[in-house]
Write a protein that binds this ligand. Sequence first.
Ligand SMILES: [Zn+2]
Length: 230
Amino acid sequence: MWGMPTYFIFALPALLLALYAQWRVSATYRKYLRVPNAGGMTGLQVAQYLLRSVGLAVGIEGVAGQLTDHYDPRHKVLRLSQGVAQSSSVGAVAVVAHELGHAMQDAEAYALLRLRAGMVPVVNFTSWLGPLIFFGGLLLQYEPLARIGVFFVAGAVVFALLTLPVELDASRRAMRLLEQGSILTDEMALDGARKMLSAAALTYVAALAQALSTMLYYISLLSGGRRRRF
Ligand SMILES: [Zn+2]
């Protein structure tokens, strides 16, 4: 009774949402990384300009990969991918402004950012160990072990719950910077940046839905097992 069909009932809506969010992000990014910004500033120049304008002493480094751009609160460094650093597009401006939003959160000692950053190593560990422990517990028919697995997986839900407001806040800060600044001057470019940031936000909603559906599925397996006297 608690086999694959149940898994799909729990996982399918979240999976579809994740696929849609991924598709929307890549379509929106593809589009706006090609739309030039009127000022012709590259991502790197935008980062330097914005950091100066908000008065933050944050370093800028390059990072390998595509759209791997991030702010590292531990080393106080803004890392930009080559595709963003060298692009003078509306999309590059949006990505840089969002990461700057994280740098501003850090400068203001934004508690959720700190909490989330502190959880990263723990969650990296528990998110692959959780399923192993859980299914190990089911296999061995030892409920306490399966419960620990659920507890670990619940950590991923908490992490996704913390991530969402941090990301939304960074994007809000980014839009405020861009609306007040002089980099994106026309409404169409601002609208493009807004679309990029909201597409990115949806991926974090999808990640939360996926973590939640996984946890619910595990709980349903656990209570199903209990009905069969485990
Ligand atoms: Zn972010």
